[in-house]
Ligand binder design. Structure first.
Ligand SMILES: [Zn+2]
Ligand SMILES: [Zn+2]
Length: 886
């Protein structure tokens, strides 16, 4: 066995195997119109850096599905890609510039884009390499980047189509403004954080000098943009005030008191300041009452010229100064601590300002309606099912989507403005002159689109849309969209809307949502906490298959997973266990080659020996269960079952039992080879490297015509043969294993030496003769001799000086004398009891000593009492044991 290393060494295997798959062209599906394809479009990782453990989970789950379908014979396409990640990438490159003391405006748009491209290209190849290390069997020839020509064309086409249908518009609306990123954000890109702030109660004097009113606000600086004070028309307290005017202090601007139904009478004083430019509700009020919209902030959140004496101050400095000025003037009625939700930028955590701004929006309701329908009527199934309700309720309350971003990295909005006549041209191709006045002085909209706009088109844009390509016709709608539940709204919902709109069909049939990966203690992984698991480091240390095993075994869709060292170790241990089993079979096969016929027949007809029928039956049962679980998207459970079979039945029992028959007429060699080969095929989607390696070794040692596929990756996935299910042999072997386990446990309990034989009697019912036939197996595995297997009725009613175990199909009686060397055991017990006795005396004495009990803390006394009880108890049990021996 010089050519098969003793231990499994992933490093020696993974790169070589991956290369062989690439060279075989196995990742590329063959388009066959007679067959239904299986397609997954990979969620494109952000180009901003290294793959994290969440990406590793995504890649593993998708690879499991793709490999499984490939082995089922389906033309299987897994299309990889990378996202340009507009705002995230821009933030990264801006940080790099900042290290050189520069900002993007100093560098200029063109140079900035060049620099970002260079950075992105480098990062892209690193990400591709990382996916290869994870064993991802995706079709690299179809890899896409969101800023490739194809996706760029798709984005422009989608924009123009929606614009022409009136579903994209430009308008002044309240948006979320990040003063650091200096861009608008969609509602989803805002994170709300509960923070302790204040509620300031500010007095506004009546313009006629007859007194004042009080308004309450959490943002006092916005008073500079107030256009009115509003009360509820049904609020009797303020009936007489409507139409009166108040003067804004310091800046001395008069504003009216108005009535509007939107005002909550219970909030603060029931009198609400109206700041149309900086609050969504106030903006709506201003539309109804025709109030001026007064902006008070510059893009960087410093105060603008409308702020009078506060102009130029940062928003928070201005707040401080305004509070001071109101206090000085006696116009601050009170300041109450007030905890409330404050919006933050999801990228940079800066406090967001709601602002009226002219932006591009998607009119979303007409797109949401068919996307709701598609999930309701089951054209799209969401797994796990509980997310369906969450999806529907979000979609039913969806608001128009702000898609313009004041960034430089991304898809530029395909709109041009004429400098002469202010005509707007919305076009896929870059126009050369104005369609209205013929002027060539056109300028493109400086903004780019929200990154999720291009990712929303991903399933159809990657397949060639808007062109009716062969790929689009064959692979669309795709089969499964597998991603984290955290981007259900950001991404999945938008793909459904855009897919139906552009490509006239749902983008995928199934949405499979996986959970988050947390650390061992269940905490979220973050660089700040330093508990991040780097998948590549894990692969270096444990191997790729171990990492994949750790990420998926026993997990359920949608559930979070606590991941740590112990799962990785379990993965590595399993790989080693499998490797050793594989080595054993391969070695045996070299000594005892088998014919192709013997190998094939193992999977076709019932065999002679009951343990052979048992393992083949179990293998078939497993195959059936795995099939059911895979179809139900229970990959983690399927993997666990295969693991349990291989470790708990094949390695621990069948191989051990079969050793006795090697080289004999009833050799188990065909069964060993057959079960190993089939198991490797079952396990391949989960642990692709080690299974391929062992399978290739097996293929070399079996007759040529046995395994026809050139590689495991394209071998057929096992199918259940119902005829080989054998409940009878399963029952017999279960009883055999239970008897052996029982005797082994008893031996362990009494610390019987490995080499020693112990006597036992097995009393069985209907299985008596079957167990008798397996007496040799039981004897050797349990090291029990003499062994008698008798009818259950013959069991003595009270077996003295013996251990009695009552099992499902048999009872086991083990005489104590056989287990224990009475003399030695007596000596051991006596010695230990002497030691215990001394301790008991010492402790009792101490606890009886008032010197001790009066001075020692109660906790110490309790502890000593506990120890005394423990020793006395132990002493009593040993005494009983000693009497048994006598
Ligand atoms: Zn930001
Ligand atoms: Zn013009």
């Amino acid at each position: 066995m010089s050519d098969i290393p003793k231990a499994y060494e992933p490093k020696q295997v993974e790169e070589r195997i991956y290369k062989s798959w690439m060279e075989g062209g196995y990742f590329k599906p063959k388009i066959d119109p007679k067959k239904k394809p299986f397609t997954i479009i990979m969620p494109p990782p952000n180009v901003t850096g290294e793959l994290h453990v969440g990406h590793a989970l995504t890649a593993t789950l998708e690879d499991i599905m793709i490999r499984w379908h490939r082995m089922l014979g389906d033309p299987s396409l897994w299309l990889p890609g990378i996202d340009h990640a507009g705002i995230a990438t821009q933030v990264v490159v801006e940080k790099e510039l900042a290290k050189e003391g520069l900002d993007r405006h100093q560098v200029g748009r063109e140079k900035f884009e060049e620099r970002t491209w260079a950075w992105a290209n480098k990062s892209r190849s690193a990400i591709t390499h990382q996916h290869e290390r994870l064993g991802a069997s995706c079709d690299w020839s179809r890899e896409r980047f969101t800023l490739d020509d194809g996706p760029v064309k798709a984005v422009k086409t989608a924009f123009v189509r929606l614009y022409d249908k009136g579903l994209i518009y430009r308008g002044e609306r309240i948006i979320n403004w990040c003063p650091r990123c200096r861009t608008a954000l969609s509602d989803l890109e805002v994170q709300s954080k509960d923070l302790n702030g204040n509620m300031w109660h500010m007095k506004y004097p009546y313009a006629d000098g007859s007194g004042y009113i009080t308004v309450a606000t959490t943002r006092p600086e916005t008073y500079l943009g107030d256009a009115a004070v509003a009360v509820n028309p049904e609020d009797e307290r303020y009936n007489g005030l409507i139409g009166k005017k108040v003067t804004l202090p310091v800046i001395n601007r008069e504003i009216p008191i108005i009535a509007d139904e939107a005002i909550d009478r219970a909030f603060g004083t029931g009198m609400v300041k109206v700041t149309p430019a900086h609050d969504p509700v106030d903006f709506e009020i201003s539309q109804r009452h025709n109030l001026p919209v007064i902006h008070i902030l510059n893009p960087d959140a410093s105060m603008n010229d409308n702020a009078g004496p506060y102009a130029g101050l940062d928003r928070f400095e201005a707040r401080k100064k305004i509070v001071e000025d109101f206090e000085k003037a006696g116009l601050m009625e009170k300041i109450e601590p007030y905890s409330h939700a404050i919006p933050h930028c999801f990228r940079c955590s800066t406090v967001i300002e709601p602002e009226v701004s002219r932006q591009w929006f998607v009119k979303i309701a007409p797109l949401a309606a068919p996307a709701i329908e598609a999930v309701r009527d089951g054209r799209i199934q969401i797994i796990p099912e509980r997310f369906t309700k969450i999806y529907l309720s979000w979609m039913e309350n969806i608001r128009d989507w702000c898609i313009s971003r004041q960034l430089w990295w991304g898809h530029r909005i395909p709109v041009w403005y004429c400098g002469e006549c202010s005509e707007m041209t919305v076009s896929i191709d870059t126009p050369t002159k104005c369609g209205k006045c013929g002027s060539t002085g056109l300028e493109q909209d400086p903004d780019v689109l929200d990154t999720w706009f291009s990712s929303g088109l991903w399933p159809h844009s990657t397949l060639g849309w808007p062109d009716q390509t062969e790929d689009l016709k064959y692979f669309y709608p795709t089969s499964v969209m597998e991603t984290g539940y955290d981007i259900l709204f950001f991404w999945v919902a938008r793909m459904i809307m855009m897919g139906i709109e552009d490509a006239a069909d749902v983008p995928f049939r199934t949405v499979y949502l996986h959970g988050l990966i947390r650390d061992e203690k269940g905490e979220k992984m973050s660089k700040m906490k330093g508990n991040v698991l780097n998948p590549l480091t894990a692969i270096d240390k444990f191997g790729c298959d171990a990492l994949r095993f750790a990420l998926t075994t026993g997990t359920a869709p949608g559930n979070d997973l606590n991941m740590g060292q112990h799962r990785l170790e379990a993965g590595r241990n399993f790989a080693n266990k499998l490797w050793n089993a594989g080595r054993f079979v391969l070695k045996a096969l070299e000594a005892e080659p088998i014919t192709a016929q013997a190998f094939m027949e193992t999977g076709l007809k019932k065999l002679e020996e009951s343990e052979d029928r048992w393992i083949i039956s179990r293998l078939n049962r497993l195959t059936g269960e795995v099939d059911t679980m895979m179809k139900g998207f229970q990959f983690g459970e399927a993997e666990k079952e295969i693991h349990d079979f291989l470790w708990g039945e094949f390695c621990d029992w069948y191989i051990e039992i079969s050793k006795q028959r090697l080289g004999k007429a009833n050799t188990p060699m065909p069964v060993l080879a057959y079960v190993l080969e089939t198991s490797l095929r079952l396990l391949h989607p989960f642990m692709p490297f080690i299974t391929e390696e062992l399978w290739q070794d097996l293929r070399e040692r079996l007759p040529r015509e046995t395994l026809k596929a050139p590689a495991l990756i394209i071998a057929a996935y096992p199918e259940v043969n119902q005829k080989l299910l054998d409940p009878e042999s399963e029952q017999v072997m279960e009883a055999v294993m239970e008897v052996v386990r029982t005797i082994r446990n008893a031996r362990a309990e009494y610390k019987v030496e490995m080499g020693k034989w112990v006597e036992s009697s097995v009393y069985a019912g209907s299985l008596q003769s079957a167990l008798k036939a397996k007496a040799a197996v039981i004897e050797s595995l349990a090291r029990t001799r003499p062994l008698s297997i008798l009818p259950r009725e013959q069991r003595p009613a009270n077996a003295e000086k013996a251990m009695v175990y009552v099992l499902k199909d048999a009872d086991v009686v083990i005489p104590l004398a056989g287990m224990v060397d009475a003399g030695a055991e007596k000596a051991r017990l006596t010695k230990e009891m002497e030691v215990l006795d001394r301790e008991i005396n010492r402790l009792s004495g101490r606890l009886a000593d008032s010197q001790f009990t009066s001075k020692a803390p109660p906790a110490v006394i309790e502890k000593e009492k506990g120890r005394l009880n423990e020793y006395q108890d132990k002493f009593a049990r040993m005494k009983a044991e000693l009497q048994q021996l006598a």
